[in-house]
Write a protein that binds this ligand. Structure first.
Ligand code: TRP
Ligand code: SF4
Length: 329
């Protein structure tokens, strides 16, 4: 059987943080089982950042460097920027002709986001933002992707994608598009240093590219068991963010640390120091790879140009089938 095709993407938010690791680790694994397309969704970013679009390209580069440092491999996968492949825009436009307005208006994220981003002073009561999930459907279907690794928040967009695929095939009496399935990979919840969800907007992140000093400072600032005042007080590791990190990044010592914490025989300062050292060792190869890539900025440009070329080639084939099915050639 031939391999399935995956497309996934992220909006360019700049340097990624450790909360992104589990999603990226899923991508890295999928590279061996599927033909993968990994896309920087810069047009999607524009739907909410149109008032302040400079910097998107730079953020895209920074994000792609993080992808590479964690093991997304240009030898295995096609890595590209959405706006370099104009076929996405063409398919989005054609889909817009066949999509009932009500399908877009009822996407659950739509009204929520208008209110949420409105509170941040962003007016996204626009045509482009209404079409956000339709552009996403075009991203996926323009490669005839059969599977899409996404987070749970994106499931309504996948559902819409399948509905569009069915409607197109039905209207034009064709089998151009598959109905792509979502892959909900195991996503480990990693709290930020304040215990809330790790998010740039909360200022509680540890970046994948963090330096040793940054890691030390950020771990030092982590929330611990608030009831513990003296280092001989018995602690409650289950309510401690540092402990959550030990569970994931220091699995071999976590049982001992837990016992010492409960017994009051390890202090939080020492516990954090041990964690910072583990994290530093874990992130070191990524940091070194970033340093090499930053020394050679041309490499990333060339890689994205090469990725765009491959993506365009496939997208052009699919668009030819689309026009032919619609009899608009
Ligand atoms: N909407 C996605 C997000 O915010 C990004 C995205 C754009 C995407 N196009 C995609 C994800 C296609 C998967 C497939 O995370
Ligand atoms: Fe948390 Fe470690 Fe302090 Fe226990 S000793 S409360 S696990 S930081």
């Amino acid at each position: 059987m031939s391999k399935g095709t995956i497309l996934s993407g992220m909006r360019p938010t700049g340097k990624l943080h450790m909360g992104h690791m589990s999603v990226l680790e899923n991508w890295v694994k999928l590279q061996d089982e599927y033909n993968c397309y990994f896309m920087v969704a810069d047009w999607h970013a524009l739907s909410t950042e149109y008032q302040d679009p400079q910097g998107i390209r730079e953020k895209a580069r920074d994000m792609v460097i993080d992808w590479l440092t964690v093991g997304i491999d240009p030898e295995k996968s096609v890595i590209f920027v959405q706006s370099d492949v104009k076929e996405h825009a063409e398919l989005h436009l054609l889909f817009s002709m066949i999509t009932p307005l009500s399908w877009l208006e009822r996407v659950p994220t739509y009204k929520d986001q208008i209110i949420q981003l409105g509170e941040q002073g962003k007016d996204i009561n626009t045509y482009g933002f209404l079409g956000y999930p339709l552009l996403q459907a075009a991203d996926i279907l323009v490669y005839k992707a059969t599977a899409v690794p996404v987070g749970e928040d994106q499931l309504p967009h996948l559902e819409l994608t399948r509905e569009i695929a069915r409607r197109f095939n039905y209207l034009f009496n064709s089998h151009v598009f598959p109905e792509p399935q979502s892959i909900l990979g195991k996503v480990a919840f990693l709290p930020g240093i304040d215990g809330r969800k790790m998010s740039k907007s909360y200022g509680n992140v540890i970046n994948i590219s963090a330096t040793t000093d940054e890691i030390t400072t950020q771990v030092r600032g982590m929330i611990t068991d608030p009831a513990r005042i003296h280092k001989t007080d018995p602690g409650h590791p289950d309510v401690c963010t540092v402990h959550t990190y030990h569970t994931i990044y220091n699995n071999e010592d976590v049982v001992g640390i837990e016992a010492s914490c409960r017994a009051g025989s390890i202090g939080c300062v020492a516990c954090k120091k041990a964690l910072a050292e583990k994290l530093d060792r874990f992130l070191l190869p990524m940091r070194e790879k970033r340093a090499r890539l930053e020394q050679n900025p041309q490499y990333v440009d060339e890689l994205l140009a090469e990725g765009a070329k491959k993506a365009r080639q496939r997208a052009a084939e699919v668009m030819a089938e689309v026009r032919s099915a619609m009899k608009i050639v």
